[in-house]
Design a protein around this ligand. Sequence first.
Ligand SMILES: O=C([O-])CC(=O)C(=O)O
Length: 166
Amino acid sequence: MACLATAEVCDNNAALLASGDLRVLQPIFQVYGQCRTFSGPVVTLRVFEDNVMVREMLQTKGEGRVLVIDGGGSMRCALVGGNLGQLAQNMGWAGVVVNGCIRDVDEINGCDIGVRALASHPQKSNKRGIGEKHIPVHVGGTLIRDGEWLYADSDGILVSKTELCI
Ligand SMILES: O=C([O-])CC(=O)C(=O)O
């Protein structure tokens, strides 16, 4: 996929924005990771202060997909740290978007993936293994479904029902 400018996509796709097939996430995310621009098909996960399923998912082949984790916006612990960032990179994930916190920011910033999260938090999460995958999640003010396409760059994050042709 060539570099995609989210601003240009918005300018050129008013009809898709109006229909809701293309949505802009609220500008609430911090930018981490080596890739400021990334995109791919979405895999969804919903957990709360528990990252066992995050690790399980990142242990599978990423194949250029983007893991969207709805962590309920918790500001009480991190769902992704340096080890999981490295794992995501090694398994071929394009990026990870977290509705929650990450930690080991300096390590994550060295990983060859794109990461968006609300903030950083030094504390690790619980390890109970509770959560749901491949379900619709509500992140950044929009509903995101497994299999939709996510596009992130320095200007923001878009989610599209289908792959955008550029
Ligand atoms: O294992 C965790 O809870 C998250 C973490 O610190 C890492 O990925 O390095």
